[in-house]
Write a protein that binds this ligand. Structure first.
Ligand SMILES: [Zn+2]
Length: 307
């Protein structure tokens, strides 16, 4: 059994302007590190298809999906919010990013892959039911979760989100869905300034203070995520894999290292092994220090693949 690796060339053409941290070079840094380490040769590589409007409308308001299609410019940049923009390739990139989650679920559910990593952009976890923000257009992980539930009939799905920012879009979409557990750690108070007080029995939010080292992240996961996941017994596990809590990432302001990402990936693999027939789909979210991003994703995939 293998780890599937999904991406699409369109994700490299989405460009929000010079100096924007959510840049095409992020995917190139990941690609370079996977090739240089030799890991790429052992992954099952797949081109991500586009998500359909029907697949998007499982988690987004249909009028929001139509609005995004209408925003797509013929040239130049249009801004969806202060830090999220579209060029003429962005719609395609966003459709392939969400479609990667759908295809990854199908690969894992059919047994063609044990687990999967989607190296895609734009990221997704700040996109709400009817809102684009924080570099996100469609909520890729949510589209994957909805596909696993509605197409494959699963009833209990967990999302682990270790991006440095609170996944407010994912929480917005699943707050009233007790069949979806969201386990999140995030720096607080910090963008998007949510999450500290909005949890419930299936939204497990653990705020971390600025500068928190890996030891505090591990305590949060061990004491809050793990008991909740043991109680919930998910049939499928998603990871919102943002690597902007890394020590070298200036945007994040936490101090995680590769060993912490290895530790949490191994822990989540163990949860998936016990409850979810090893089924994991991991979606790239943030991570803006290019060298650290490449190393972290390589470490994460190495653990997922067991190589
Ligand atoms: Zn982030």
């Amino acid at each position: 059994m293998h780890t599937a690796y999904l991406t699409h060339p369109a994700c490299l053409k989405h460009d929000m302007g010079a100096g924007h941290p959510e840049c095409p070079e992020r995917l190139l840094a990941i690609n370079d590190q996977l090739i240089a380490s030799g890991l790429m040769d052992y992954l099952d590589q797949h081109e991500a298809p586009k998500a359909s409007k029907e697949e998007l409308a499982r988690v987004h308001a249909p009028e929001y999906v139509e609005w995004i299609f209408r925003q797509s410019p013929d040239s130049g940049l249009i801004h969806l919010d202060g830090d999220t923009a579209m060029n003429r390739f962005s719609l395609d990139a966003a459709l392939h990013a969400a479609g990667a989650a759908v295809r990854a679920v199908d690969l894992v559910m059919s047994g063609q892959a044990q687990n999967a990593f989607c190296s895609v952009r734009p990221p997704g976890h700040h996109a709400g039911r009817a809102s684009a923000s924080g570099f996100c257009i469609f909520n890729n992980v949510a589209v994957g979760v909805a596909h696993a539930m509605q197409h494959h009939g699963l009833q209990r799905i967990a999302i682990a989100d270790f991006d440095v920012h609170h996944g407010n879009g994912t929480e917005d979409i699943f707050r009233n869905h007790p069949g979806v557990m969201l386990c999140s750690t995030f720096r607080h108070p910090y963008y998007p300034y949510s999450g500290a007080g909005s949890g419930n029995d299936h939204i497990i939010n653990v705020p971390l203070a600025a500068g928190s080292p890996g030891a505090e992240f591990r305590v949060a996961v061990s004491e809050h995520w793990l008991p909740a996941l043991e109680r919930f017994q998910p049939e499928f596990l998603f990871i919102s894999a943002g690597f902007d809590a890394h020590l070298e990432d200036d945007m994040g302001g936490l101090s995680l290292k590769e060993a912490d990402y290895l530790w949490v990936t191994e822990l989540l693999k163990d949860v998936a092994h016990r409850y979810a027939s090893d089924r994991i789909v991991s979606m790239l979210e943030g991570g803006y220090a290019l060298h650290a991003l490449g190393r972290c994703v390589m470490t994460h995939i190495k653990s997922l693949s067991g190589l």
